[in-house]
Design a protein around this ligand. Structure first.
Ligand SMILES: [Zn+2]
Ligand SMILES: [Zn+2]
Length: 194
């Protein structure tokens, strides 16, 4: 396990700049790992962890850096809830803990560092020092993770009856005897122009 400052440096490098979100994300991930008793997420424990993030902001990058969980390894799951929170699932023990940043921490940060030039600097300073309990809420939860959600799972690939594109295991939709991809089933996020 690296030190807080080492992780922060790694996060800065991966994210492209140092910001309050990086400090918050590193703290959030470290707390989750501490609660689960995972001390080497990018080394010996690297297959043990799945992380759900609930926001696509700066802190998300820092969470990925500390945990080593990546979208491309199916170990990082994005749930677009717009909340500064993440749930850490220990695949070995089945334990899971959700850590959420308290909105009140922003007001506390401006009280702690009124001298700082802007909110980002206030929060960068304060989020380093603030006790865990002022910064976060912690909740033990149960996460049902079906086999196809596990990082190493390999399953059959099938083909959409409508567009002919391949689909990975259990992401398909069965309707009126047809196999459809999510796009063809009406969940598309784009409109074709041609
Ligand atoms: Zn940032
Ligand atoms: Zn299709």
């Amino acid at each position: 396990m690296k030190s807080f400052d080492e992780y922060l440096r790694d996060a800065e490098e991966a994210h492209g700049h140092l910001c309050a979100g990086q400090v918050l994300g590193v703290r959030l991930a470290l707390l989750g790992l501490k609660r689960l008793g995972i001390d080497d997420p990018r080394g010996k424990d690297r297959k043990r962890l799945v992380t759900f993030v609930e926001i696509d902001r700066c802190a998300t990058d820092a969470v990925a850096v500390v945990t080593g969980c990546r979208l491309g390894k199916r170990a990082l799951k994005f749930r677009d809830w717009g909340k500064m929170a993440a749930t850490f699932v220990d695949l070995e023990t089945g334990k899971a803990v959700r850590i959420a940043a308290k909105d009140s921490s922003k007001a506390l940060a401006s009280q702690m560092h009124p001298e700082a030039v802007n909110k980002n600097s206030q929060q960068m300073l304060a989020y380093r020092e603030m006790p865990d309990d002022d910064l976060f809420t912690t909740q033990w939860v149960k996460v049902e993770l079906p086999p196809e959600e596990f990082p190493g799972y390999k399953g059959a690939r099938i083909v959409c009856d409508l567009c002919g594109e391949g689909i990975n295991f259990h992401r398909e939709i069965h309707r009126e005897g047809k196999i459809l991809c999510r796009g063809c089933a009406g969940e598309s996020y784009f409109n074709p122009l041609e």
